[in-house]
Write a protein that binds this ligand. Sequence first.
Ligand code: SF4
Length: 340
Amino acid sequence: MNDGAGSSRKKRVFSGMQPSGEAHLGNYLGALSRWVDMQDDFDCIWCIVDDHAITAGGDPAELPGHVFDLAVSYVAVGLDPERAIIFVQSDVHQHTELAWLFNAVTPVGDLERMTQFKDKSQRFESVPAGILNYPILQAADILVYKSDAVPVGEDQKQHIELTRDIARKFNAAYGDTFPEPEPLIGRAGRILGLDGDAKMSKSLGNTVPILSEPDEIWERVRTAVTDPQRVRRDDPGRPEVCNVFALHGHFGDAALVEDVATQCRAATRGCVDCKRILSENISKRFAPFRARAAELKAKPTLVREILDDGANRARAIAEETLREVRERMGLDWRRGVPNG
Ligand code: SF4
C-alpha cells in the first residue's frame, strides 16, 4: 500500500458517502463508477461519512452494519485500498475538530442560505444545529486533507463553493493554509429513480441495490415508470421522456441505445421487453461486484483491516493539518509558558 502522504504530484481528491447500507444504482452511476476511474490519475481519499449520518437520525444500532455494508460495496465496485485511502470518518476525529475550528470563520448567514438546509430544515419542528452546520463538517472533511478537487454531483456544487469560501476566510484570517478545492462535476447528471420522478434514493425505494441477484434486479426494473403516453403495446413511444431509456444509456452501447429508441418510436418492442434488456445489462455489469462482495462478506476481518489501515493513513495526514491549524489559531498554549 502507498503511504497516503501524497508525496506524488498527483492532485488529491476527497469524497464520501453516508452509510445507509449497500450502495445502489444511483450511487454507482453518480459517484462510485467515477471514483473507480479516478484512482489512476489522482491521489484518492474515499470516506464513509458516519459523523454526517447522525444528522439524519436513524437507529444507532443499525449504523455499524450500514458502515460495513457500504465498505463492502466500495471495495466490491473497485475502490482499491492499494491505490486509495478508504476509511470511516468517525475513526479520524480531526474532521470534527477542524469543523469546530471552522465555526470561527463561517458566517451563520452563509449556512442558512444553503439550499439543502432550507429543504431539510422544513422537516423539523425544532431544527438540530447539525443540519445547519453540516456543510462546515463537509468543508473540514475536504480541507483536512488539503484536497485539490472534489468529485460531486451538481446538487453539491453550492457546498463546495462554501468550502472554498471557508478556505479563503481562514487563509485571510490566519495565513495561507488551505487550497481552494475545485468541484469536479460528473457527466452522469441527475439520476432519476425508477419512479421517473425523484432522485434515486434508498429511502424512496426507487432504486436497485448493486449487489442484488438478477431476479431481484428484474423485480425492481420491471416496476420502472415509462412514457405515460405509451398505454398499449402498439402505441409509439417517446424515448426522450422515458427514464428506462435514460438508464439504457448508462448500461448499453451506442448501437443498443439507438435500437431501443428506434423500436420504441416504431412500437416494435414492448416496454416489458425493453426493461428485460435493461435488467440483463445491469445484472451483467454488477455480476463481478456480487462475486467480490461475497468474498468480502466471507472474510469480514479483511474489510476491517482495509478500514483500519485507511484510518491510520488518513489520520497521519489530518493530524499534520490540525497541528498547523492549531498553531496558526493560537491553540498551542505551551508556547506562552515562559522559559525557565
Ligand atoms: Fe421506455 Fe423502452 Fe417503453 Fe420506449 S419501449 S417507453 S424506451 S420502456
